[in-house]
Design a protein around this ligand. Structure first.
Ligand code: SF4
Ligand code: MG
Length: 321
């Protein structure tokens, strides 16, 4: 089956001013990243903050312009579409944002927040739009009776439900969820994750699910990408990654986050991580080498290519090359 999205050698660089103010420096937020998303998949993207996950999510939706590379959606090069074509495609690709507290305009009633994308894309008469808003509110578990309320009158979990309703109003097929549950209490997180799973089932959705919390990504994803300083360092199906992750950074992540089965961790060498280096001038060779307990001479000199270590399982580490 043809992938729904193909990302080829995608780069997103930013020019930033150094502290001295004169020299410009390059921040490689997304650095030569390639992967595919199949229809119906939930592709998890995990890594510490500052590793480029959100930039990747926004760039594959062309909410940011790319620096280089390609994003093919349903076979079409996203960055070569003109304004009209892109507006048309926007209906099919949507984003759920991290923070329901700041991503919803506090001065707007819930009804107008959810209506907005429907109005922008002129999807029907006012009566049809109102009907759609009520239907989608019920679907995400918010009583349509409350549609004239403002965002602050809802709890965090309810606000994220409103954010999801807004993203789904146009019946998209592909949704990027960027830290969609990170701002919520743990008890509410599971409810929102289950809602996303139900909606995917009902509407045949494909998700790219970005989070720093491995437990959350493990729960929802079917396949997982691990990112470190702008690069993909490991990718595999969820079960394969959980059982057989090989990259020292992935091992460190599994050490740092609670697993579903804590017994799996017993007897394993714990990797102490320290802080993430700056993505401006990242370490030479393998970017993880200053934090890696297995670092060898070659790691300081040469960036390890992403290579297949088992069918469908790729890892970028000199240890297994
Ligand atoms: Fe560690 Fe070297 Fe592998 Fe990088 S390439 S993760 S430094 S062993
Ligand atoms: Mg982020």
């Amino acid at each position: 089956m043809k992938p729904l999205m193909e990302v080829k050698n995608l780069k997103k660089y930013y020019q930033i001013s150094s502290r001295e103010g004169d020299k410009k420096q390059i921040l490689k937020a997304v650095d030569d990243v390639s992967f595919e998303i199949k229809k119906g998949e939930i592709l998890g993207v995990v890594g510490e903050s500052g590793c480029g996950k959100s930039t990747l999510g926004k760039t594959v939706l062309r909410l940011h312009e790319k620096t280089d590379g390609q994003v093919l959606y349903d076979g079409r090069d996203l960055f070569s579409l003109d304004h009209k074509e892109m507006t048309e495609l926007r209906k099919r690709i949507q984003m759920v944002f991290q923070d329901p507290f700041s991503s919803l305009n506090p001065r707007k009633k819930v009804v107008s927040l959810i209506e907005q994308p429907l109005r922008i894309h002129k999807t029907g008469t006012q009566a049809e739009i109102s009907e759609k808003v009520e239907a989608i509110m019920s679907e995400v578990g918010i009583n349509p009776h409350y549609k004239k309320r403002f965002p602050h009158q809802f709890s965090g979990g309810q606000r994220q439900r409103i954010g999801i309703a807004r993203a789904l109003a146009l019946n998209p097929e592909f949704v990027v969820c960027d830290e969609a549950v990170s701002a919520l209490d743990v008890s509410v997180q599971a409810q929102i994750l289950n809602l996303l799973l139900d909606l995917r089932e009902k509407h045949d959705l494909t998700y790219m699910f970005i989070a720093h919390d491995l437990a959350v990504v493990e729960y929802i994803s079917t396949r997982i990408i691990v990112m470190y300083l702008g690069k993909i360092i490991e990718v595999a199906d969820k079960h394969e990654l959980v059982k057989n992750h090989t990259h020292p950074y992935t091992k460190a992540l599994f050490n740092a986050f609670p697993l579903t089965d804590p017994h799996q961790r017993i007897g394993k060498k714990k990797i102490v991580m320290g802080d993430v280096p700056s993505p401006v001038n990242p370490p030479s060779g393998c970017h993880f080498h200053p934090r890696c307990p297995f670092a060898m001479d070659i790691c300081r000199e040469q960036y390890p290519e992403l290579k297949e270590v088992a069918p469908g399982h790729m890892s970028a580490c000199h240890l297994h090359q």
